[in-house]
Unconditional design. Structure first.
Length: 484
């Protein structure tokens, strides 16, 4: 089967509305009161997420925009747990909730999501995973943002939660701050490090006008959908408010095992379609580069996934990369975030699988020597992982930062990196992003800085970070010893 036939088989073609004829059949149960002209439609695909549904639904019925302005579409993909029983009380107690129970399992989120697209009535549309949840002001914030800008696509801040520990998933949205009518050609490469459904709102008009839908495969359906929506929108609105919580609890750890050979092929097929469909420009270059880097991380470097690590896996990845992506008109590795991944790309470009396998093995040794024993090499103020063999590509440390002295609240430190330093920040560990504080600093010599710590800085309850222009950050060695 050639690539074009695959596009047809998996319903990629945006000129073909045949996907609508394949929509799953369902039984619909609704609240007593239903608004026929809601402001926002929420499409929730569910399969066996009963444990998370109360948290998700509570976040929706308490939205400050008002439940009267919403169309809550809970679409169950033939769950075998008690998901339906969890949702039934909400149908009784709240208006504007619609429960679609599919007659047969569709095998992925794309099936329920497409049911939602066909039956949505709102001016705006969001896709919410059943185990995620919103800040209570989220839908008002995002819809007000699009009302004010006239854009068809909006993004806002995403917090990832792993067993209650919070981290920022959408640094470009949060750090860059508020924008409206921002050209997608101006978006940084790191923007495309995440393009799942969380924290995104689109106009239903852009979906209808361009026949947007979720392709018929279990993974990469959402990233394709949202990238296409961005391309047709041309400009986006961006807000730094933290609106959406992404659940990655330990009991979701099985996600790593779902990263298998089918996952790899599905992703490469999706990138191939984007590459074929849209003209070469900076948006496509940055999108493809970041997604290719992500696949390199998963299928060349990671061990604990559902595709056993071996030379054969590397060869298979290279063969499918060539088949689906082929020759690119740009070098994606210039958007990669570290030397390690850039070196992997160079080995792949040369089709040197034996060399790549050896490089990855020896780098893992070098990584342990650096992280566990502190071994490193320094050449002209640049720090490298220990070399081991002269034939290996040199690999720079992303950052080497070390605290030297603390006088009252003035911290003296040295920072070495090939990245551009942006500044220094302090945060409370319990609220790392709501408490974010930029710190005053002076550069007193090459690689040497003075930073003013806040009064009452306590190492055990605060986080100190060096920040860089690629949205990455680093801690500082030796700080704990200096802070009493």
């Amino acid at each position: 089967m050639d690539i074009v036939q695959e596009y047809e088989k998996f319903d990629y073609d945006l000129t073909n509305r045949g996907w609508q004829k394949e929509i799953a059949s369902f039984k619909l149960t609704c609240s007593r009161t239903i608004n026929q002209t809601p402001k926002v439609s929420i499409v929730i695909a569910n399969y066996n997420n009963a444990a998370y549904l109360d948290r998700m639904m509570t976040s929706l019925v308490n939205q400050t925009i008002g439940i009267e302005q919403l169309q809550v579409m809970f679409i169950d993909d033939k769950s075998t747990d008690n998901s339906i029983d969890v949702i039934k009380p909400y149908l009784t107690n709240y208006p504007n909730i619609e429960m679609y129970v599919l007659d047969e399992n569709t095998g992925g989120a794309h099936g329920p999501r497409n049911v939602g697209l066909v039956h949505a009535r709102g001016e705006y549309l969001v896709i919410l995973d059943a185990d995620d949840w919103y800040d209570e002001d989220a839908l008002k914030y995002m819809s007000d943002m699009l009302d004010a800008s006239g854009d068809d696509f909006g993004v806002s801040g995403i917090i990832q939660s792993v067993d209650g520990k919070l981290s920022l998933k959408s640094k470009p949205y949060f750090i860059d701050g508020d924008f409206k009518n921002r050209s997608i050609q101006a978006l940084p490469a790191e923007f495309y490090g995440w393009l799942g459904p969380q924290g995104i709102m689109v106009s239903r008009k852009v979906v209808i006008d361009n026949n947007l839908h979720f392709v018929n495969q279990r993974v990469a359906d959402d990233v394709t959908f949202f990238y296409e929506a961005m391309r047709f929108s041309k400009t986006i609105s961006q807000g730094k408010a933290l609106t959406t919580y992404l659940n990655r609890d330990a009991d979701n750890a099985g996600l790593s095992k779902a990263i298998n050979r089918t996952f790899m092929i599905s992703w490469l097929r999706a990138l191939s379609y984007i590459n074929d469909m849209f003209p070469d420009d900076i948006s496509k270059e940055r999108f493809l580069s970041r997604r290719i880097e992500w696949l390199i991380h998963d299928f060349c470097l990671k061990r604990n996934i559902g595709y056993k690590y071996s030379k054969n896996r590397l060869r298979d990845f290279k063969a499918h990369l060539d088949f689906y992506i082929g020759h690119l008109s740009f070098d994606p590795s210039r958007h990669f975030r570290n030397d390690f991944r850039k070196s992997v790309w160079q080995y792949l470009e040369k089709n040197n699988i034996n060399g790549l396998y050896r490089f990855i093995f020896l780098f893992s040794v070098r990584w342990v020597l650096n992280k566990k024993l502190g071994m490193k090499t320094v050449v002209a103020n640049t720090y490298y992982y220990p070399q081991l063999l002269s034939s290996l590509p040199q690999t720079r440390l992303d950052v080497y930062a070390v605290a030297k002295e603390l006088s009252q609240n003035t911290l003296h430190l040295e920072v070495y990196s090939f990245k551009k330093l942006v500044g220094f920040e302090c945060r409370q560990l319990k609220q790392p992003y709501l408490s974010r504080q930029e710190l005053a600093y002076k550069k007193i010599a090459e690689n040497c800085y003075q930073v003013q710590l806040p009064e009452g800085f306590v190492y055990e309850t605060n986080q100190f970070a060096v920040t860089f222009d690629d949205y990455s950050e680093s801690g500082v060695k030796g700080l704990k010893k200096l802070v009493k």
